[in-house]
Design a protein around this ligand. Structure first.
Ligand code: NAI
Length: 346
């Protein structure tokens, strides 16, 4: 998608729950300082949706994204074990946002790992997150047995693997690693591996490298030698877990952005959640959501602005040494944002 340079782009803004509103305001300030013009349609979802209108995914929010096809979203709270179904998962289903793109790039040198540059591509609509779950009551225990059914389709596997191969080639990457557990879950993740192999043999062999790795070994290899990987593609649950692990390689969740991409809409967000333990204290790291906004600018064909934003963040943490607590600094969200805005405006 490309746009005329100065037209304000209509987009839905969901500040979200917990630290969401704090990091969203910080991100808007950064975008303003960049001169990136958006015509925001503010909407609520998650707990904010429940509080405002008794619905974790209000129809107005869905309608807004249907109109704009583009959203920047703060984290949404989901009750654990019971309560309403995740609004994030529902949004991904509603707009068929089948590709979850989660890049991880070292910004601050001197951490546990240097020079990390990995991209995880996670299937976002199928697998074990489809919510086909129930309990079987036995002898008066309503939760005597918990059951879950995962579903992966040939079409869904092909679509996400194609996305990963195309992404890798168009971004000058060297290799795609397909992550699976086909030795045990022979149908559910077997179909994923089989489809990846077939697609590679037919269409991508010779254009990009390819390898296979079992998910448990992958988790270990990421810790031992993450540099051996480049682009990883995997099913929904494994992708969710591995992307948090990968975020840990580059300084934690405060540094990890994500994009949910479908054929007709895209939603950009941080990988992290609403961080209720630090919400309202003004100390959250807004970088992950800012990097997500950078991915949104790239998606809109404004990589020039995305690059300026990323460079500004880099200079703020590395040259000015202004960092929030999760990065070992003492800056508040506002102090970090002030420093970044000064960089972007300068
Ligand atoms: P979390 O990601 O919110 O927090 C995990 C830990 O990381 C906490 O100690 C938190 O303080 C810290 N952290 C996260 N983001 C941070 C930031 N920007 N700056 C500094 N520290 C940060 O995960 P948790 O606690 O498991 O989930 C809380 C809620 O968020 C749950 O309701 C969960 O369902 C929801 N969630 C929503 C997501 C989304 O909207 N995409 C993704 C993950 C969780």
């Amino acid at each position: 998608m490309s746009t005329t340079p100065h037209a304000a782009i209509p987009a839905t803004l969901i500040p979200g729950d917990g630290i969401g509103p704090e990091i969203t305001e910080a991100t808007l300030r950064a975008l303003d300082a960049l001169g990136a013009k958006f015509e925001w349609d503010r909407q609520v979802a998650g707990m904010a949706g429940v509080n405002a209108c008794g619905d974790p995914l209000p129809q107005a929010c869905v309608d807004s994204i249907r109109r704009t096809r583009l959203a920047l979203k703060g984290p949404l709270e989901t009750p654990v074990a019971g309560g309403y179904r995740s609004s994030n998962v529902r949004l991904r289903e509603e707009f068929k946002l089948y590709a979850n793109l989660r890049p991880a790039h070292t910004i601050i040198p001197g951490g546990r790992y240097e020079n990390i540059d990995l991209v995880l591509v996670r299937e976002n609509n199928e697998g074990l997150y489809m919510g086909y779950e129930h309990f079987i009551p036995i002898d008066g225990d309503p939760h005597a047995v918990g059951m879950s059914t995962g579903v992966n389709t040939r079409q869904g596997c092909r679509r996400i693997c194609r996305f990963a191969f195309e992404y890798a080639i168009s971004h000058g990457r060297k290799k795609v690693t397909v992550v699976h557990k086909a030795n045990i879950m022979k149908a559910l993740t077997g179909i994923f591996l089989e489809t990846a192999r077939e697609l590679y043999e037919k269409e991508y062999k010779g254009r990009i490298g390819f390898e296979e790795v079992i998910v448990d070994a992958c988790a270990m290899k990421l810790v031992m030698n993450p540099w051996q990987f480049d682009v990883l593609v995997t099913t929904n649950l494994f992708g969710d877990i591995l992307s948090d692990e990968i975020a840990g390689l580059v300084g934690g969740l405060g540094m990890a952005p994500g994009a949910n991409i479908g054929e007709h809409a895209a939603i950009f967000e941080a990988v992290h959640g609403s961080a209720p333990d630090i919400a309202g204290k003004g100390i959250a790291n807004p970088i992950a959501l800012m990097l997500a906004a950078g991915m949104m600018l790239d998606h809109l064909g404004r990589q020039d602005l995305g690059d300026r934003l990323r460079q500004g963040i880099d200079d703020t943490v590395n040259v000015d040494k202004v960092r929030t607590g999760d990065l070992g600094g003492t800056a508040t969200t506002a102090q970090f944002t002030d420093a970044l805005v000064k960089r972007l405006a300068g």
